[in-house]
Design a protein around this ligand. Structure first.
Ligand SMILES: [Zn+2]
Ligand SMILES: [Zn+2]
Length: 145
């Protein structure tokens, strides 16, 4: 099942919906109805046309809450400094740092990817990815807007 997270094109309210066959999502704030999701999207296929803005350009990104990776890295570095400060041998402190980095990398690999619409930034989760979609491209983003 594909999950949609977007902003209402009329009132900009946050909108989340499960895209189901024959069921058009609507805005919880103003009642604005979106068009019916395409059949292949409702069947968890890759998104080809955005069901919020009709855009056809998408990019993929890891479904990482913004800043989480940074927090993990920063706290590992802080831990390293604290361990050094209290006189823990360097190699133990270093292995804590390396273990955190490994954990971080492992977490990153396990994260699902999300498809995002260039034009309206609607996010599509849980569906198959289109191999033609690439990572965010600033030039493409400028063309679409
Ligand atoms: Zn609305
Ligand atoms: Zn869109």
């Amino acid at each position: 099942m594909t999950r949609l997270k977007a902003r209402c094109p009329r009132c900009r309210a946050k909108l989340t919906a499960m895209l189901e066959l024959g069921k058009a999502p609507s805005c919880p704030a103003c009642g604005h109805g979106l068009p019916l999701p395409q059949e292949q999207l409702a069947r968890s296929g890759p998104v080809q046309v955005c069901c919020v803005c009709d855009g056809a350009q998408f990019y993929r990104r890891r479904d990482l809450p913004r800043g989480l990776g940074l927090i993990v890295t920063a706290s590992a570095a802080l831990m390293f400094l604290i361990l050094m400060a209290v006189g823990i041998p360097f190699w133990i402190a270093l292995s804590v740092l390396l273990a955190t980095a490994a954990l971080d990398a492992w977490m990153f690999r396990r994260l699902k990817e999300v498809t995002v619409c260039y034009r309206c930034e609607a996010e599509y989760r849980g569906n198959r990815l289109d191999p033609g979609h690439r990572a965010y491209d600033i030039h493409l983003a400028e063309q679409v807007r």
